[in-house]
Write a protein that binds this ligand. Sequence first.
Ligand code: PFF
Ligand code: NA
Length: 453
Amino acid sequence: VEGMQDMSEVVERWGSRRAFIIAVTGAAVGLGNIWRFPWMTGENGGAAFLMLYVVFLVLLGLPVMIAEIMIGRAGRRTPIQALTHLARDAGKSRHWGWLGLFCGVTLFFILSFYSVVSGWSIEYLVDALSGHFASQSPQEIGSAFDAFLASPGRVLFNHTLFLFLTMSVVALGVGGGLERLNNLLMPLLYLLLVLLVGYAFTTSGFTAALAWLFMPDLSALTPMAIFNAMGHAFFTLAVGAGALMTYGAYMPDDQSLPRAVVTVAILDVAVALMAGIAIFSIVFSQNMAPDSGPGLMFVTLPIAFADLPGGALWLGAFFVLLLLATWTSSINLAEPMVAMLGSLGMARWLAAVLIGVGVWLMGLPSALSFSIWSDVRPFGDMTLFDLATTLPIDIMLPIGGLLIAFFAAWVMEGTRASMAIGAGERFYRHWRAVVRWVSIPLLVVVLVGFFLS
Ligand code: PFF
Ligand code: NA
């Protein structure tokens, strides 16, 4: 057994420092930025949410992101193995492997709704390319989205197709090729977003959008906003579910982790802000409600593109690029689960099939939440879709992040952790102090506060 684990040790490294940053950006940028950030910001009072989210990003997201990648870099194995080995080497409990398993469960839940929403994007890609939106009024575009969600067959078909595409890539082990394609094309997505912001500037809702995003209304600082902002800080950086540990394992030895991580976070925030400015400009110029729910992106962007010359093509291109981004993010979600089953000796294709079937089933509540199961409300007002997104994002990711932070700052050997961060002893001590006395207590307070309220 010992020998087998050594063989699984990752020996390959990223060719250059930039490659590492681009790869982590690929995991970070996805639906979280373009779909969930505007949705959450709209739901939680605008600038107040953005403010909270940035605070959590700095105090929790970045320190825990460093912890997570550092563990992978020091362990250079799958999450379960890395945690077990590092704990053993530090003379601590061997049970930390369970945290790896918990991460796997979180990834499972996230992928289940991520695939459903990516499926919505497939539908919109096809609609866009067939020129569907060009002749529609904003009202028609809005009701078309509701009608689509209300038809279980179409939603399920797209969910199935997207998950099949994701698990095929994982089963065949060709994720690397797709990732390179994604890395090559992502700048085009950023360019399209810049174009959208330029368009937003010409709309009557632009100033209102800026005010909504940047002038906080402090009465909007509700417990729910705090809770959502914390979860979103983890989700958008892809932190708290062990997905980034693998990336650490591939990092060049001489690269400084903090600098790389800050670069990724800035890019991630920039993408979210551009999407937010574009989407809220349309919201305010069309007199729509900012709190339009998870459909916000889907009912605003077609309106924007319909206004531009060659709009159908631009909108199509946008959804192609978005799907490429969500495809790579989904592969990042699936890969560690398949690797964990693989380390138990299961064939890769079988692991991929099992995970795929499981995730498909788990996606049913999300997929059917707007149609045949729209009246199922097990907790208060929350729909199945609300539950399927809130549980993994707002609860499981922060709990995983808390345990990862605790492991990195209290369990691991200091010298080893410091070396794996690669930014010197002084930085290490500062980082550890922040994690021990700021990040961990803050996480505990918000989580406990939520469960009590
Ligand atoms: N960071 C991704 C996004 O913003 O869309 C979502 C994500 C990917 C979360 C991978 C977690 C993960 F492991
Ligand atoms: Na993100």
